[in-house]
Design a protein around this ligand. Structure first.
Ligand SMILES: [Cu+2]
Length: 105
């Protein structure tokens, strides 16, 4: 293995070890057919962003009809601003096993 190849491998390992998007505040990733994080707490007035990291389309549909995204393709996002405190459950209408909760304080 050349030095250059070793450096490339080290850089790749470093990149893989750092979750590039997980640090985004108020962002829920749709990844491996899960919402990550599944539960999030935000203050009233916060805009939450969902980003699809899968190769399959997903949606974000609130249980009480408050919001409903179109089918999101890879890397597409959906945003919703939570004005009032409450507990908001949502799902992916394509994959009903995908569920998440936003708690607004
Ligand atoms: Cu889905």
């Amino acid at each position: 293995m050349t030095i250059q190849r070793m450096m490339t491998a080290a850089l790749l390992a470093a990149a893989l070890g750092t979750p590039a998007f997980a640090a985004d505040p108020n962002t829920v990733e749709m990844k491996n057919f899960d919402f990550t994080p599944m539960a999030m707490t935000v203050n009233a007035g916060t805009t939450v962003t969902w980003r699809n990291m899968d190769e399959e389309p997903h949606t974000v549909v609130s249980a009480d009809g408050l919001f409903r995204s179109a089918a999101l393709d890879t890397k597409e996002t959906f945003t919703f601003t939570f004005a009032k405190p409450g507990v908001y459950k949502y799902t992916c209408s394509i994959h009903p096993k995908m569920v998440g909760t936003i708690t607004v304080k």
